[in-house]
Write a new protein. Structure first.
Length: 81
């Protein structure tokens, strides 16, 4: 797998001058801020999609009523201890 740090540093060196072209008296997030926000949004979207897929696999059954538990214990069909 190729080393990604070289390509990342190359991309950052090209993006930093774009941020310097903005008026120094204005505070704006710029292109780099948009890219960071877009990457974070894609990461959250992917995590939510994965979570919903995993939650769909969960099978939940409610426990039986206390009356049913009492009747199974009284009849001797409860768990063997």
């Amino acid at each position: 797998m190729p080393d990604m740090s070289a390509s990342v540093s190359l991309a950052v060196t090209h993006l930093v001058p774009l941020a310097k072209e903005v008026d120094e008296n204005k505070v704006t997030p710029g292109v780099l801020g948009f890219i960071v926000f877009a990457v974070m949004a894609l990461a959250v979207w992917g995590l939510m999609k994965s979570m919903s897929k995993h939650m769909g696999k969960v099978k939940f059954e409610e426990p039986a009523d206390s009356e049913e538990k009492a009747s199974t214990k009284a009849s001797g069909k409860g768990s063997a201890v």
